[in-house]
Design a binder for this molecule. Sequence first.
Ligand SMILES: [Zn+2]
Length: 258
Amino acid sequence: MLIDTHVHLNDDAFKEDVEGVIRQGLAAGVELFFVPGWDLPSSYKAQELSHRYKEVYFMAGFQPENLDGVQMSDLNRIAELSDDPKCIAIGECGLDYHWKKDDDTKTVQKAFFLAQIELANRVGKPMSIHARDALEDTLELLSAVPVQAGAVLHCYSGSAVMLERFAKLGLYFGFDGPVTFKNAVKPKEALTACPLDRLLLETDAPYMAPTPMRGKRNEPSFVRYVAEEAARIKNLPLREVEEKTTSNAFDLFHVKHD
Ligand SMILES: [Zn+2]
């Protein structure tokens, strides 16, 4: 059994065939699909999918690149969404200085990240954290204000050394398609350094399809390629990687699924 712990089934790329994509995932051994929001509409869409498909669970939150025009009071809607029994986390939230790195952008992103950490702590949920080109600030913020119910650094893109610093805070690490790319030295080193009991598998579909599907629309069924690469790098049977990452996902997200 596999879980795709970060898959945007709420993205327009799946508008036409989301049911078929879920069915293909199930056929490939993916039994659960965790769908994060990146703003309010996508969080509501994720909720709707979780009500339509029993294998889908959702997260609600504001991703740092989607804060234009967002008010702090909009977080009240996220808090309401988190009341839903199928809401397993606040996310995806965090810091992203890839495209914009001016001081104003950083200040706004940090304020919303901090407010969403506080929200998660208030409602007792874990978090899915998006951190791109902003790992130092992310580490600093999480050290100052820890997520009490735990968190995953989704699509981990940092070094092995940085991973070890985050691991000391008790974080989980999500690995995705890039770790399967042939020349992806840094992600492979990070996965090598990732403790097995902190490892989560994800696709971040529809983006970043793994080898050998690179260039295509990514789909949750492709999480298998990430699992296979993790087994290869960790020199473990695939079955053990599946079991361990699945139990990690249950430990962090407390999904009650039967
Ligand atoms: Zn994402």
